[in-house]
Design a protein around this ligand. Structure first.
Ligand code: GRF
Length: 197
């Protein structure tokens, strides 16, 4: 069994996809140990509690300096002795010492086909706004290992999703989640848990 922690800032639909996949056997050999948010009101924390997974919160505003936050964050994660850390909509810049400590053990889901529409400032609806502005006919999602850059780590899986006439950023975001994110993120965890990556 690998010990997995999921870091979130928001609604946690990707977290839900992971929880469902563990329950229905699409992800095996995996124990979801903790969900950690930087926001107390993140609905993802409710999803964790509803599924008897430890729900933790480390808020930047509770600390006087970024260094103090970084230390508390790393201490909290270290306590769970994790084999894999999944970023599922975690909107905090990771401390470099954290990335170094957990090299090749942190993965992220990004809602575009990297290297398109990624990097600094590309998160949430903005990614889909930019894709629509550019007029691409195909977009998608990418799961990748996390390194010191923004969306620059080695790619694990990608899945393409069609852009359709009449799409708004919201409609496209939903299609990318349903058709790509909620599939390739659980698939990557399962592959890592079973030594296939
Ligand atoms: C997703 O679009 C994911 O690709 C991005 O953040 C969003 C998180 O959504 N990294 P949710 O909280 O999983 O619903």
């Amino acid at each position: 069994m690998i010990r997995v922690g999921v870091l979130v800032s928001g609604g946690g639909t990707n977290l839900q996809a992971i929880i469902d996949a563990v329950k229905n056997g699409d992800i095996t050999n995996t124990s979801l140990e903790v969900v950690l948010s930087n926001k107390k009101d993140a609905y993802a924390l409710t999803r964790a509690k509803d599924n008897n997974i430890a729900a933790e919160c480390v808020c930047i505003k509770d600390y006087e300096t970024r260094d103090e936050f970084n230390r508390a964050f790393i201490e909290k994660i270290d306590a769970y002795n994790l084999d894999l850390i999944v970023l599922a909509g975690f909107l905090v810049v990771l401390p470099p010492e954290f990335i170094a400590k957990y090299r090749n053990k942190i993965i992220n889901i990004h809602p575009s086909l990297i290297p398109s529409f990624c990097g600094n400032g590309f998160y949430g609806l903005r990614v889909h706004e930019k894709a629509l502005e550019r007029g691409v006919k195909v977009t998608g999602a990418t799961v990748h290992f996390v390194d010191e850059g923004t969306d620059t780590g080695p790619i694990i899986y990608q899945k393409a999703v069609e852009v359709l006439p009449g799409d708004t950023p919201e409609i496209l975001q939903k299609r990318v989640m349903e058709q790509a994110e909620w599939k390739i993120l659980p698939a990557a965890i399962n592959a890592i848990a079973n030594g296939e990556l």
